[in-house]
Design a protein around this ligand. Structure first.
Ligand code: FEO
Ligand code: CA
Ligand code: CA
Ligand code: CA
Length: 593
């Protein structure tokens, strides 16, 4: 037998070369296919997608736009089936509607966009002896949640005057979830969804907190405020406070109203990924994706109940409502040697220690001058006050199921070191940082409730020929170039997989695998690339398949339905459509072994 490619177990494939092909490129010996596209019907009564017969009603029963986070969960009792959960981060109206006029959107277009946001739950069927997955339309678990579905607000800030509006004087019932970026899976079978750049949907911001959250003073990009006054901050000042939360969804319980969990704070939540303490309490790690924003954790005070009983399920769906919210402050052990160039310090590593600064516990604020409600609703302001470390855009985060070490993708920060902006520090060691880095965090005594941790940079991304890059000390001539890490996931072998958004090295975005332990630690290999204009999201790495969300294909300046920049996935003359893609080995064996 001809020896195959070498590499760590799970990463034995021939790396894909950087490229700009308008397609999904996978390693030799692998194949791929679309699982589901924007507009594919999933609910009873939803029509097949037709580019010129779109309606809000149709879209509300179809798979949403711009798939981002993906979760693939087991479905007991139904052989060969799994439950796919997807985030739909935002809409690209110029690529959705023929002749779209950004200055004058129609009510129908706006209502379609509302229905194309949110979350999808869709059961998928495995094909025998391959990685292919096909949707099961009209399954009883299939579900769409959109910008107009009901969400309940829970936790310590629920009902706060800061969350009350004219439509909801209780401050506990919100219509919709917006800009769901990455997310996470809980050990009790629910999914978490970060509401990220919610600011873009709101017009006429004016307060200091509006500005801190990026809500602009004028009209919003999509002009939704013309069709629903709740998007006009001047008329409904608290509506924006009802977005920017972590949402918890139970994909197995279609009757359960999803929750916005105020105990986890309000910011541009990229993602939220729990691990359990030895005594069964969840600890959730979370990034706030903005230049110079922060990295957080939430430690629950309640223990998870094991088992599948109704009582256990109901109890576990309250775990994220009570606990302590912390923000991270990092110190380097060689700070005087960090000059912003990315040159390694004399001790050979960007590394140091950190502390978790408590912000609030239940109704008790730990931040002088702020009430607990204010800490939860204006979490960024609370973290500013306590001197948390300003990071290079914290994106997705993933604790290793094997080692407990937490990996944080810091995607880039081109403003680092600019006049009037913070300069490099040991955790964010490059000024004008175009390519980003991945930080590895180890809680003291491996206790996720610890108030301190050790950290080091695992990867400093870029072209390996660039002296400012670092691949955990692995020989750089043997690794793939990588730029702008965004989503992270673990495979069954303990390797970290990284998808990218905004590659600045001239290639399309892609997906990479890297060993985190053993002698191949740091050996990074590219597994796939995505079509023109797309970012790679939501990787799920199973034994037999890799799943990615191809988000915003064809999103290139000046592109439109009439002038497409991409013809993926259906070829010329068809609308470009964001889609979920499965990749598997032609010989049916496991990925990368
Ligand atoms: Fe939606 Fe931070 O990526
Ligand atoms: Ca050091
Ligand atoms: Ca992202
Ligand atoms: Ca991103």
């Amino acid at each position: 037998r001809h020896p195959g490619p070498d590499g760590a177990r799970g990463l034995r494939f021939s790396p894909v070369a950087p490229n700009t092909d308008d397609k999904v490129t996978v390693p030799a010996g692998y194949t791929q296919d679309v699982v589901i596209r924007w507009g594919d019907p999933i609910l009873r009564g939803a029509p097949a997608f037709h580019p010129d017969r779109q309606s809000a009603r149709a879209q509300a029963g179809q798979f949403g736009y711009n798939n981002d986070f993906l979760s693939l969960l087991p479905l007991r009792g139904e052989r060969g089936r799994q439950v796919l959960v997807a985030n739909h981060e935002y809409t690209d109206e110029v690529l959705m509607f023929r002749g779209y006029d950004p200055e004058n959107p129609t009510r129908e277009q706006v209502e379609i966009a509302w229905a194309a946001h949110g979350l999808s739950v869709v059961v998928v069927q495995e094909e025998h002896r391959s990685g292919r997955l096909t949707p099961v339309p009209r399954h009883r678990l299939n579900r769409r949640l959109t910008a107009t579905s009901l969400f309940k607000v829970t936790g310590p800030a629920a009902g706060s005057p800061l969350l009350r509006t004219s439509a909801d004087p209780t401050g506990t019932r919100v219509l919709g979830t917006l800009n769901n970026c990455a997310g996470g899976e809980t050990p009790w079978g629910t999914t978490l969804h970060g509401e990220e750049n919610f600011n873009q949907y709101f017009a006429n911001g004016s307060s200091a907190t509006d500005r801190r959250y990026g809500i602009g003073a004028g009209a919003s990009e999509r002009k939704w405020e013309r069709f629903d006054k709740r998007f006009d901050v001047a008329r409904e000042p608290n509506e924006s406070h009802r977005f920017g939360w972590v949402v918890e969804l139970d994909p197995y319980d279609p009757d359960w109203t999803p929750r916005k969990r105020t105990a986890l704070g309000r910011f541009k939540h990229e993602a939220a990924q729990p691990r359990l303490t030895d005594d069964g309490r969840p600890v959730v790690y979370m990034g706030d994706d903005e230049r110079f924003d922060y990295f957080y954790k939430f430690v629950s005070s309640r223990r998870m109940k094991r088992g599948d009983s109704r009582a256990a399920r109901e109890h576990n769906r309250t775990l994220l409502d009570e606990g302590t919210l912390y923000v991270a402050k990092l110190s380097g052990d060689s700070p005087q040697e960090v000059d912003g160039s990315g040159r390694l310090p004399a001790d050979g590593e960007f590394d140091g220690s950190g502390v978790w600064i408590p912000l609030a516990t239940g109704d008790v604020s730990h931040v002088p001058g702020m009430t607990a409600d204010e800490v939860y609703v204006f979490t960024r302001a609370a973290a500013d006050k306590v001197g948390a470390t300003k990071m290079d855009r914290p994106e997705d985060v993933e604790p290793s199921p094997r080692t407990g070490r937490v990996y944080v993708a810091l995607t880039n920060n081109t403003d680092r070191g600019k006049p009037g902006k913070p300069g490099a520090d040991e955790a964010n060691p490059r000024n004008a940082n175009k390519h980003g880095q991945i930080l590895e965090l180890a809680e003291n005594w491996d206790d996720p409730t610890s108030d301190g941790f050790a950290w080091r940079l695992f990867l400093v991304a870029g072209d390996p020929k660039d002296p400012s890059t670092y691949f955990a000390g692995f020989p750089k001539e043997k690794v793939s170039p990588i730029s702008c890490p965004d989503n992270v996931a673990f495979d069954p072998h303990g390797n970290l997989w990284i998808s990218t958004d905004g590659n600045k090295l001239g290639s399309h975005d892609g997906l990479f695998g890297v060993a985190t332990h053993g002698e191949r630690r740091g050996e990074l290999k590219q597994f796939l690339t995505v079509p023109t204009g797309a970012e790679t999201c939501g990787p799920v790495i199973q034994e037999r398949r890799v799943l990615v969300a191809v988000q915003h294909p064809g999103e290139v300046d000046g592109a439109s339905v009439e002038k497409p920049a991409s013809t993926w996935p259906d070829g010329p003359g068809r609308l470009v459509r964001p889609a979920v893609v499965a990749v598997w080995r032609r010989d049916g064996r496991d990925i990368g072994v």
